[in-house]
Design a binder for this molecule. Structure first.
Ligand SMILES: NC(=O)C1=CN([C@@H]2O[C@H](COP(=O)(O)OP(=O)(O)OC[C@H]3O[C@@H](n4cnc5c(N)ncnc54)[C@H](O)[C@@H]3O)[C@@H](O)[C@H]2O)C=CC1
Ligand SMILES: O=C(O)[C@H]1O[C@H](OP(=O)(O)OP(=O)(O)OC[C@H]2O[C@@H](n3ccc(=O)[nH]c3=O)[C@H](O)[C@@H]2O)[C@H](O)[C@@H](O)[C@@H]1O
Length: 672
């Protein structure tokens, strides 16, 4: 493997220092920069690196476009510290799209690493398993006909056989006949040996948790930088001179400056590269990001570091979506993005309270205002308030920043977004209790949904848990929980640790029971609460897959190139999965590309769970959206009077009233 050019130790110009010209542009050609300083620099001469890139690229399967750009700096080894919801998927996609780069994800949590190295990935994200299998395990050589499948011309949904194409003018110039995808070597690794992997890396991504401080100065709003600082300590000790350090974690503005990595005589460039993925859509967000934001210092060395990181993303992200700014703008942009999104939710939730008192319908209001392109339709769904590990903590971090800058009014303005969120959630719990005659004693309450949002098993800061705490105080006979995506065993363990000190679980003599079936959870309930927006919980029929040929359903073939990109291969993989009966492609491998997954040890605890009938989050065989609930069946078995409290706007109350069920919905007038 080629070695990186050796940096000049002790120089202020450490990052990827070699024969680089000091005027190298930060901003990759064609990308956006919002920094006047960087914009001015973008006109400077290019920085040419003479490495055996071409030879290396020849031996790898893909030749990312970035490799053809002689100005791009050469990255061979990336280490991502933190194998969580951000570090795992992000680094996996980087590895998938850059087969010539060795990517190692490290974590101090050995259990997490064991699961990443197994078929039981530690987190559930739709599509993550497909990416990990190729990058971590390597792939076999396979081939396909570079022609559109015959039935794609009818509905694109029922068969994947190929025939002479009818692609007509669209396909002019494409390569016909079989396309061979060569075998691929593994380039994604997981390890608990943090120091060693940092030592080997050209780029170190830091993606550790940055929660809110729970004690000491700034408790309740400032960011707890303990984990981040611990990693910077290891980096200072072990990283090779010239390595680029990247803040992937969400951190307070000016962290890069305050956390400057100290090793006497050695300079490390620190970049900010915040992540904007959302749980449940992480793979799509990573594969087709709206933007990749890179903040760097405005020194020549800072700009070269930004260029090196941009070259990694440029393997699959169009250059005009890679945005460069100064470090502080980048750090602050992440906090502001989350705060503004959360602010929209709090705004519409505040309006939902008015709707409940007036007879206006919040969904109608949201749809009406959302038609105005200046407002837009997204993030206007009223509910029980936002959850998740980041919105609250990032707003509070912004509040702390404002307050510590003496901007009390600014801090108070943003704090109100969090207050409104809590008000909304508590209002919902109070409404339930009030409708049930102000007492839950002897009653069974069922919660449908425990994750903080749909299509994820992530339960951090889930509004459901706070609602459970409030309900518990009313002494109910039972609080039943069902979530289609969360493992019941994991939920029970989590509740036990979150409610420590209380006798909470049924198994310990408490009222909380976690079910693997919605019907069992709802049987004889006095009220059903919908607390996560899973489509399964809707009481209207699922819309049939559209037969119109949206781009999503079209066969992506024929490809223009002899060697299609990984993104193109993935789109073909998905098309074949969608269009073929499951039996034909057992194992979810229509291209027959996968290697056998790593075998588990005899005593693998996750295999034990699977044998016990529970899914372990992670691979593509796990959670799949299930059929809609049969509300006829549920309502039949509810205790009278039959109540449903819709915290997520999923239920049509008219349909329910025919079943004799009273519905109270957020943002609609009810009986309370
Ligand atoms: N979860 C999400 O959807 C998003 C999170 N973020 C940000 O990304 C960062 C990471 O978030 P998550 O991935 O959700 O956190 P996480 O808690 O899932 O993962 C963090 C990982 O870092 C590891 N870690 C902590 N200290 C370590 C150390 N000293 N050495 C090695 N490993 C260490 C932990 O064991 C854990 O596995 C946070 O700053 C968060 O605000 C940003 C965008 C989206
Ligand atoms: O920094 C982060 O962690 C991430 O936070 C959010 O992503 P996430 O929290 O995973 O999910 P969202 O889709 O934003 O939903 C957050 C919460 O808001 C709620 N929500 C969302 C949208 C809406 O209209 N109404 C509403 O109540 C959801 O139910 C959920 O509880 C942002 O959307 C991401 O861009 C960001 O990277």
């Amino acid at each position: 493997m080629n070695q990186l050019p050796i940096s000049v130790i002790g120089s202020e110009e450490g990052a990827f220092q070699d024969n680089a010209l000091s005027t190298a542009p930060t901003t990759p050609e064609g990308s956006l920069t919002f920094s006047p300083v960087l914009r001015a620099a973008a006109d400077g001469p290019l920085d040419i690196e003479s490495t055996s890139l071409a030879a290396q690229a020849q031996s790898s399967r893909l030749m990312p476009s970035a490799l053809f750009n002689p100005s791009v700096r050469h990255v061979q080894n990336i280490c991502c510290v933190g194998a969580g919801y951000v570090g795992g998927p992000t680094a996996a996609v980087i590895a998938y799209q850059n087969p010539h780069i060795r990517v190692t994800i490290v974590d101090r949590d050995e259990r997490r690493i064991r699961r990443w190295n197994s078929k039981h990935l530690p987190i559930y994200e739709p599509g993550l398993g497909d990416i990990v299998r190729i990058a971590r395990d390597g792939s076999r050589e396979c081939s396909f006909l570079n022609e559109r499948s015959s039935l794609d011309t009818s509905d694109g949904l029922s068969d994947a056989t190929t025939s002479s194409s009818e692609c007509g003018s669209q396909c002019e110039g494409h390569h016909e006949g079989p396309t061979i995808i060569p075998a691929r070597q593994p380039n994604l690794f997981f390890s608990a040996d943090v120091a060693r992997c940092i030592r080997e890396a050209d780029i170190v991504l830091v993606a550790v948790n940055t929660p809110t401080k729970s004690k000491g100065m700034g408790a309740g709003s400032a960011t707890d930088m303990t984990a981040f600082e611990a990693v910077t300590g290891v980096v200072a000790q072990h990283a090779r001179p010239g390595a680029i350090i990247v803040e992937k974690s969400t951190v307070p503005c000016r962290t890069a400056q305050l956390m400057a990595i100290h090793r006497p005589g050695v300079h490390f460039e620190i970049l900010s590269n915040p992540e904007f993925l959302a749980a449940g859509t992480a793979m799509k967000d990573l594969m087709q990001p709206d933007r990749v934001l890179i903040g760097s210092s405005t020194t020549p060395s800072g700009r070269r570091a930004a260029e090196a990181l941009a070259s990694v993303y440029a393997a699959w992200v169009p250059r005009n979506r890679i945005i460069t700014t100064n470090v502080w703008s980048s750090e602050l942009s992440k906090l502001v993005a989350n705060s503004m999104l959360a602010q929209r939710i709090s705004s519409i939730n505040s309006i939902s309270a008015i709707c409940e008192k007036t007879g206006a319908d919040v969904d109608e209001v949201a749809a009406s205002i959302g038609c105005d392109p200046r407002i837009g339709e997204k993030f206007l769904k009223a509910g029980i308030g936002f959850g998740g590990s980041c919105f609250k903590k990032d707003i509070l971090s912004l509040v702390y920043l404002a307050e510590s800058l003496g901007l009390e009014e600014v801090g108070e303005y943003w704090r109100q977004v969090v207050k409104m969120n809590e008000y909304q959630r508590d209002r919902f719990s109070r409404r339930v209790i009030k409708c049930l005659n102000n007492t839950l004693v002897g009653k069974k309450i069922t919660l449908l949904g425990y994750a903080f949002k749909a299509n994820t098993s992530d339960t951090r800061e889930s509004p459901a848990l706070e609602i459970i705490k409030t309900l518990l105080e009313e002494g109910p006979r039972e609080i039943a929980i069902f979530d289609p995506c969360c493992n019941p065993v994991v939920v029970q363990d989590e509740i036990k640790s979150l409610l420590k000190g209380q006798v909470a679980l049924k198994s310990d003599g408490g009222p909380i029971a976690v079910y693997g079936s919605a019907y069992e959870a709802c049987a004889s309930a006095n009220a059903v609460l919908i607390t996560t927006e899973f489509d399964e919980f809707r009481n209207t029929p699922a819309t049939l897959p559209t037969l119109s040929k949206t781009a999503k359903h079209l066969d992506p073939r024929p490809f223009d190139r002899l060697e299609p990109s990984e993104t193109e291969i993935l789109s073909l993989h998905k098309f074949l999965l969608r269009s073929s009966p499951a039996t034909v492609h057992a194992g979810g491998d229509p291209l027959q590309r996968y290697m056998t997954e790593p075998a588990c040890a005899e005593d693998c605890p996750d295999c034990g769970l699977v044998k016990g009938g529970y899914s372990t989050a992670g691979n593509s065989d796990d959670y799949k959206p299930k059929e809609r609930l049969d509300w006829n069946k549920i309502s039949y078995h509810l205790a009278k009077p039959k109540w449903v409290f819709d915290g997520k706007g999923l239920i049509d109350p008219m349909v329910m009233s025919k079943l004799g069920v009273r519905v109270e919905s957020v943002g609609r007038q009810g009986r309370s």
